[in-house]
Design a protein around this ligand. Structure first.
Ligand code: FEO
Ligand code: CA
Ligand code: CA
Ligand code: CA
Length: 593
């Protein structure tokens, strides 16, 4: 498959939408509708959302804010029931709270609006639209206060102990959850990304600085109501070490304890995607989304057994951790920072996976296994990993096994004192990002070496230094800042973007691009999200004729009195008393008319 000619989701690319427009646009012949919005009640006792009467108690029973990683897992043979699984990365307090709402209550609501949601869906028949089921048995909210079990070699380490948890094995809550992945055994992985913004810290320790921890009020201010977010005190100096992991949640069991896996390292994890190698070992690819940070791979010690789900639930607790080193095959002088192709016509080369932890031992001199897994960025610095242009989603193709890495952008590349252009990150001041295609040696996901090439060097196709696998540029949609990735059943890549308003003056969107055959590189825009929103999810059920996206932070640059978006309920700025004229982050379904 993968030639893109027989798709069950045919569409004519939409016209790109100017960044100032507050509108949700789908192709001709399709319609869109929200499934669930911030504040919609999902648990027993929940009440309909009322922006003027918010409370933490209500938020704990309701869908959270700023949904990012999303999956919709169909659970019955008839295709009429499903689990919506989605995380809640952060909040936009300045547009969600009426100014007269007490500050302490705002902080508590914010904590309750973070984390994760699992919600049962139902529909009358395949191809029809989904509705969510309030108070269904599997519905669940995980918040910034929910206990998580810490697993793996660093669990119980002195680096993870705090006054409240002298065992170093139970962390409260998950925060900054960005992208994620669904495992072959039906659990959800989610990456704790920008956790540093939640802490006030000493600000001088190199281990903290490397993760952006600093002394100064935190971005969210939670230290005002919970001492653990003030890491300047000896009691909670280690609290930030308990965030920055891949978390795993079993959506089929609402009583299960979610877990944080130290074996995949601590970084600003964008997400993680799992593939089963031919040997049965489970391989997870994960990126660190920070300028000049790294790409990682985990290989499990145990092997996948489709008849033993209980054992599969432990596969991510033990294994080897690697970081990527890329080598270009063109002369350095030909990588001039403009994106001009080198004389061999490709940004390409080979790469190595450098071990950080192998067979339970540290491979980094001067660091213990616990230190490598908690201060992973410092270990990777020592290992000589390649500084990337912000690795976001990393996704293996289910049809070819090739692995795709969305490097979203890096406007600091080539600046004074910063790393300059290299073949895998060839543009200075890279505002548009690129996509790396990795082919593991012999197609073996556990391999130590790989080949790579840049399949897309993104941007306005009329601009110099863009590349779409050689596809005619006048036929591709403009695309910038690739972020989350997904595949359809034919192996086409779907790319959602985050940052187009700033880079190319367009609203963010969702794009399809075939990867094989004559259509390789033919980027086509499927939808566009409202003003100041980022496109997340995405979920492509092409056999069902439907696509789902999480619309994150619509109208985020507005204020309570100057809302920039009214998505998804668009009341034309003339909201009747009691109606909310601001935005509500939502999960949207797009299906055929
Ligand atoms: Fe939350 Fe890396 O985007
Ligand atoms: Ca080359
Ligand atoms: Ca992201
Ligand atoms: Ca992003």
């Amino acid at each position: 498959g993968g030639h893109g000619g027989r798709t069950k989701l045919p569409f004519k690319p939409i016209t790109p939408v100017a960044a100032t427009e507050d509108t949700f646009v789908v192709p001709q012949g399709y319609i869109w509708e929200p499934i669930i919005r911030w504040g919609d009640p999902i648990l027993p006792g929940g009440v309909p959302f009322d922006v003027a009467a918010q409370s933490a108690a209500k938020q704990e029973l309701a869908f959270g804010y700023n949904n990012d990683y999303t999956d919709i897992i169909v659970t019955n043979r008839a295709g009429t029931k499903a689990l919506l699984c989605c995380n809640h990365e952060y909040v936009n307090a300045e547009i969600m709270f009426p100014p007269d709402l007490a500050t302490e209550e705002q902080l508590k609501i914010a904590m309750a609006a973070h984390g994760f949601a699992i919600v049962e869906l139902e529909r009358s028949a395949p191809g029809e639209k989904w509705s969510y089921v309030p108070s269904a048995p599997k519905n669940r909210r995980i918040t910034a206060s929910t206990p998580f079990e810490i697993t793996g070699p660093a669990a119980g380490s002195d680096l993870l102990k705090t006054k409240a948890d002298p065992t170093g094995t139970v962390a409260l809550g998950t925060i900054g959850n960005c992208s994620g992945g669904t495992t072959p055994w039906g659990t959800i992985l989610s990456g704790e990304e920008n956790f540093n913004g939640y802490f006030r810290a000493d600000g001088t320790a190199p281990e903290g600085k490397r993760y952006g921890l600093s002394d100064g009020e935190s971005s969210y201010g939670w230290e005002a109501i919970e001492p653990r977010f003030d890491a300047r005190t000896p009691d909670y100096a280690n609290e930030p070490n308990r965030f920055g992991y891949i978390v795993e949640i079993d959506p089929t069991d609402p009583t299960s304890t979610p877990r944080k896996h130290t074996s995949l390292g601590r970084l600003k994890h964008e997400g993680a995607n799992v593939v089963i190698a031919d040997s049965g070992h489970v391989v997870a690819y994960t990126g660190d989304d920070e300028r000049f940070d790294y790409l990682y791979k985990f290989v499990s010690k145990g092997r996948y057994n489709k008849h033993n789900r209980r054992k599969n639930l432990d596969l991510l607790t033990e294994g080897d951790l690697y970081v990527a080193r890329f080598h270009g095959d063109s002369p350095e002088a030909e990588i001039d920072g403009t994106g001009k192709l080198p004389s061999d016509g490709k940004f390409d080369g080979y790469g190595q996976w450098i071990p950080l932890v192998k067979n339970g031992r540290s491979k980094v001199s001067g660091m213990s296994v616990e230190e490598v897994l908690v201060h992973t960025r410092l270990a990777a610095d020592k290992a000589g990993a390649t500084k990337m242009d912000r690795c976001e989603d990393v996704q293996p193709s289910p049809t070819t096994g090739k692995v795709y890495v969305a490097c979203t952008n890096n406007t600091d590349r080539g600046k004074d004192g910063k790393a300059g252009p290299v073949e895998p990150n060839p543009r200075n001041a890279n505002k548009d990002g690129h996509i790396v295609e990795i082919v593991e040696d012999d197609g073996d996901h556990t391999s130590r070496v790989f080949r790579w090439n840049l399949v897309i060097v993104a941007g306005d196709p009329t601009a110099e230094g863009t590349y779409f696998a050689g596809y005619p540029k006048d036929k591709v949609s403009p695309i910038s800042c690739p972020d989350n990735l997904a595949f359809d059943s034919e192996g086409n890549l779907w790319i959602s973007t985050d940052g187009q308003p700033d880079s190319i003056g367009l609203c963010d969107g969702l794009f399809k691009v075939p990867l094989e055959g004559r259509e390789r590189g033919h980027v086509q825009q499927f939808l566009s999200v409202p003003r100041e929103a980022e496109t997340c999810g995405p979920v492509v059920h092409d056999k069902d004729g439907s696509v789902f996206v999480a619309v994150q932070h619509p109208g985020e640059d507005g204020s309570w009195n100057d809302q920039h978006s009214q998505f998804p309920d668009y009341v034309d700025g003339t909201a009747a008393k009691g109606e909310f004229a601001g935005p509500r982050p939502s999960i949207v379904q797009v299906f055929k008319k």
